[in-house]
Ligand binder design. Sequence first.
Ligand SMILES: Nc1ncnc2c1ncn2[C@@H]1O[C@H](COP(=O)(O)OP(=O)(O)O)[C@@H](O)[C@H]1O
Ligand SMILES: [Mg+2]
Length: 138
Amino acid sequence: MLDSEAATAALAAEFARSLEPGDVVALHGELGAGKSVFARAAMRALGVTDEALPSPTFAIIQEYEGRNCRVAHMDWYRLDGVEELEAIGVRDYFQPPWICLVEWPERAPELLPDKAVHLFIACVPDKLDARAIRIECS
Ligand SMILES: Nc1ncnc2c1ncn2[C@@H]1O[C@H](COP(=O)(O)OP(=O)(O)O)[C@@H](O)[C@H]1O
Ligand SMILES: [Mg+2]
């Protein structure tokens, strides 16, 4: 159980230390669950120093420079179809030097590589600032 946003960010930073170029992280969870909080803290730990880390909802992909890696933060929420991602050449981001963090992966699950790490973040009833998190490696 993660009791605060800070706890989620701390876990994300620790988790990020295990990531290597070529890794793909699928962030599952409802709107407001904390996918972006997790992704931003992970990106910071990966060495992304940009002052603002805007949500990629409108751009689908935001690209960043990390330490010994590049980071792609994606949000597939507003995706019109798989074709849109294929047109962008999304699979290129699943290879080194990229580390790829994907919010709303369930919009196009068939596009995710088999090796993706799946992270499920969920709110906890009656506990406003608590979250439950589960990590699955396929
Ligand atoms: N334990 C927690 N972990 C992550 N976010 C939390 C937590 N408790 C409260 N929050 C709040 O929940 C919201 C999560 O927003 P965000 O990360 O944008 O969600 P998502 O990207 O899943 O839609 C933020 O406003 C954050 O402050
Ligand atoms: Mg988000």
